[in-house]
Design a protein around this ligand. Structure first.
Ligand code: TPP
Ligand code: MG
Length: 585
């Protein structure tokens, strides 16, 4: 048998860490690793993508969907550089990812050799663990620590390895005297923190002292659904959900007011504006302007990470630990609130909000309103669908019209809010859960950034359904220019793309719809198609993503933007005015 190479040790160590999938693209800086993967393909599959950025998104999404370590692999120089945006996505959303890259020959580094990019230096800011492997006996301990660090610190670990070392027999590298053989283990132990009883009492006292409590529950509360609903019931407190926490409780629960932020609901915004006590659970929702005014509410925060306590709001009590476990300890200390009016007010608000969403989602106007597509899709998706979205106005449409229920999973790039993640996120879902319905709800701008990944869907016969909202515009930015800044729209128009034809070229079943009356049928056909399919939904480019409560300042900026010469201003003004009139009557 051939002697084990350093790359063999690397891949064997990954297998011991239960890594079953690596996303990436081969290259001459990682040939040794690719060969070790080839001979172990029955234990560890390699998903070959079309752009390393997608591989990093895949790894991030794999971690988000499964809670396990996501792994991506890229070659030296350009391959590694391409990973960076997806790795920042993982860093900012706290997804454990291991990125493996190649370096040039160990004895040519920093000599202007080809692809001479020291990726460990480049990745210094993105990575919580970042190491350059120096020899065959340095592989196992480095990879073990990389996996353990990424998982325990919920971040990116990066390991890079000179190409010549990869295929060298481990025995060729003399082991140093202090490097005792087999001194590491793949044991993964999690920190289990629990607040002291006095801390729980203090937190309960604060929450019990209020009359109007709101709960803000994010990504860190995804496995605390049952406990949150019990707290909501006891305190008559509406649960407000930042986007990554969409799955915390089902959208049809009487205890939630749905999303928060520009793409959220009016009752959520009102609950945070008027609460006198706030319970933040597993959330670092970044939009400070949506929190209660500092000082207007007494607040308690539960988070697994002590550095996040008090990050966004001046909380009086912090409870560090797993959301579900901490809530279970807190629950017996909470008093049932007799006055249910705050929750009832929120429920009334939600009835009105849902009517408004139904109205917006069922308009028969032409051009078709984008909300119609999200609304129709919501009716068709199964209760265990996995839905990935992208950054743009599309995020608003799906956030508001998709009713999270059952075992659904939903994600997007939350804190980085990068474009182009939607399709790779969906690909990762379809790789892991081939039997589930997987949907990418994406904009035309975002899809074109990594459109090559349609080929990945075909290559692996992935059950990914892409719904592309074609408004021929970088819509989100167009509205930001107009409504937030009062500037005329500039450089947001997109060259129209015939996505249905492009999809066919990739070998993806393709569908088109521009008629709201047909939208449901077309989506149904696409969802029923075997394997990957794409629906090009051509929509009204002038439909605004209305904030939950438009401020006077926004209205005035919008007017200024039109007055200062936004192209097609009469059409835009007409669309906004007719939407508003219809919603008032
Ligand atoms: C990589 C990246 N580039 C630019 C942006 C800024 N940005 C945010 S949303 C958006 C427009 C998205 O356009 P599209 O995908 O067509 O969706 P739409 O807003 O039209 O629904 C842009 C340019 C970003 N978030 N990420
Ligand atoms: Mg667009």
């Amino acid at each position: 048998m051939a002697k084990a190479t350093a790359a063999d040790v690397l891949v064997e160590t990954l297998i011991r860490w239960n890594v079953d999938t690596v996303f990436g693209i081969p290259g001459d800086g990682i040939n040794g690793i690719i060969e070790s993967l080839r001979v172990r393909q029955d234990k560890l599959r390699f998903i070959q993508v079309r752009h390393e950025e997608a591989a990093a998104f895949n790894a991030c999404a794999y971690a988000k969907w499964t809670g396990r370590l996501g792994v991506c692999l890229a070659t030296s120089g350009p391959g590694g550089i391409h990973l960076l945006n997806g790795l920042y996505d993982a860093k900012l959303d706290g997804a454990p990812v291991l990125a493996i890259t190649g370096l040039q020959f160990h004895d040519l580094l920093q000599t202007h050799t080809q692809q001479d990019v020291e990726l460990d230096k480049l990745f210094m800011d993105v990575a919580v663990f970042n190491s350059r492997i120096m020899g065959g006996h340095h592989v196992e301990n480095t990879i073990e620590l990389a996996c353990r660090t990424a998982l325990s610190r919920r971040g990116v670990a990066h390991v890079t390895m000179p190409v010549d070392l990869q295929s060298q027999p481990v025995s060729a590298d003399p082991r140093s005297k202090r490097n005792v053989p087999q001194h590491v283990s793949n044991e993964m132990t999690w920190l289990v923190a629990m607040p002291r009883d006095s801390q729980l009492h203090e937190a309960a006292e604060i929450l019990n002292s209020g009359k109007k409590t709101a709960i803000l529950a994010g990504q860190g509360a995804l496995s605390a659904s049952e406990e949150l609903l019990k707290v909501a019931e006891l305190l008559a407190a509406p649960i407000v959900k930042p986007l990554l926490g969409k799955g915390v409780v089902p959208d049809d629960s009487p205890y939630t007011t749905g999303g928060i932020g520009l793409l959220g609901t009016r009752p959520s915004q009102e609950a945070l504006e008027s609460c006198d006590t706030l319970l933040i659970v597993g959330s670092s929702f970044p939009y400070l302007e949506f929190y209660p005014r500092p000082g207007s509410a007494r607040a308690v925060q539960i988070d697994a990470d002590p550095t996040r306590i008090g990050l966004r709001y001046p909380v009086e009590a912090g409870l560090v630990g797993d959301a579900a476990r901490v809530l279970r300890e807190l629950l017996p200390k909470l008093k049932k609130r007799d006055d249910r009016s705050f929750l009832e007010q929120a429920q009334k608000g939600m009835t009105e909000w849902n009517e408004l969403m139904d109205e917006r989602g069922t308009r028969m106007d032409k051009p078709m309103k984008p909300q119609v597509v999200a609304h129709e899709l919501n009716k068709l998706v199964s209760d265990d669908a996995i839905i990935a979205t992208d950054s743009g106005t599309v995020t608003t449409w799906i956030a508001r019209h998709l009713k999270h229920r059952g075992n659904m999973k939903f994600s997007c790039s939350g804190n980085l809010a990068t474009m182009a993640c939607g399709l790779p996120y969906a690909i990762a879902a379809a790789v892991v859960y081939p039997e589930r319905q997987v949907i990418a709800f994406v904009g035309d701008g975002a899809l074109t950034m990594l459109i090559g990944e349609l080929a990945t869907c075909v290559k692996y016969d992935l059950n990914v359904k892409v719904v592309v909202i074609k408004n021929n515009s970088l819509g989100q930015i167009k509205w930001e220019q107009m409504v937030f800044l009062g500037n005329p729209e500039y450089v947001c128009d997109l060259q129209p793309v015939d996505f249905a034809t492009v999809a066919k070229g990739f070998g993806v079943a393709s569908f088109s719809v521009d008629d709201p009356a047909q939208c449901g049928d077309v989506l149904r056909q696409a969802l029923a198609a075997r394997g990957p399919a794409l629906v090009e939904a051509t929509v009204d480019t002038h439909e605004p993503p209305m904030p939950p409560k438009a401020t006077l300042r926004q209205v005035s900026h919008f007017a200024q933007s039109l007055a200062r010469g936004t192209p097609e201003r009469s059409r835009i003004a007409w669309t906004v005015a007719s939407d508003t009139v219809r919603e008032l009557v």
